[in-house]
Write a protein of this length. Structure first.
Length: 139
């Protein structure tokens, strides 16, 4: 059964660049605002005026079947504090394509994308626009 997690992105207000930095299990608007406020308060000094956090997309992560949302939240806070995201580089940011608890499944997903590799000078090389990134859980 797939459970939904939210991807939190940090946006540089000067350059407009966005990067995925955290993932969270925020089911209601109150907890989402609390998490954004917590991340905003974690920035010190002038960085607080340069960066802002926002929710970008919801991603499904396949966990054990039949778990309730409360159990997923409890397990995530104790066991699954790190997830791996397959990202695609865009002009001024990145797009998260896949979210997994295990790095090997994220690497397999990246390898299955046809555009993730290309031919240069008769050799197949990896496309640097596709990469696997580690995200930390924020509760």
């Amino acid at each position: 059964m797939a459970k939904t997690f939210e991807i939190v992105k940090r946006r540089n207000l000067v350059t407009g660049e966005e990067r995925a930095v955290k993932f969270t299990y925020g089911a209601d608007e109150l907890s989402k605002r609390r998490i954004l406020r917590k991340l905003k308060n974690s920035i010190s000094g002038k960085e607080g005026q340069i960066y802002e956090y926002r929710y970008d997309e919801s991603m499904y992560m396949h966990l054990l079947p039949g778990l309730s949302p409360e159990t997923v939240k409890e397990l995530s806070s104790r066991m699954y504090s790190t997830a791996y995201a397959v990202c695609k580089k865009k002009h001024k940011g990145e797009e998260v394509l896949y979210l997994s608890l295990f790095k090997d499944s994220a690497l397999r997903f990246k390898a299955s994308i046809p555009a993730a590799s290309r031919w240069e000078k008769g050799k197949e090389v990896l496309n640097p626009d596709f990469y696997v990134k580690e995200l930390r859980l924020c509760l």
